[in-house]
Ligand binder design. Structure first.
Ligand SMILES: [Zn+2]
Length: 73
């Protein structure tokens, strides 16, 4: 994947956590799981019961990480 900022090749890898990784427009203070019913929060990781993992691409120059939450890991 090419970096959308600088057009250089990005390094392919994963983002992992001990808990489900999700996007939310507003940070949670207490409940660290996505509100799937809200429609605004998106679960990004797969294998959430064993090893929450997202496919991701990193640009070291721009310090950007892109998560592809449609791609199998
Ligand atoms: Zn870049």
């Amino acid at each position: 994947m090419k970096c959308p900022m600088c057009s250089r090749d990005m390094k392919e890898g994963v983002v992992q956590s001990s808990r489900t990784i999700f996007f939310t427009p507003k940070a949670h203070k207490f409940f660290m799981s996505p509100d799937d019913a809200s429609g605004d929060e998106i679960t990004l990781s797969q294998h959430n019961w064993t090893r929450p993992t997202c496919k991701a691409y990193h640009c070291q120059k721009c310090k950007k990480v892109i998560i592809d939450y449609d791609e199998e890991v």
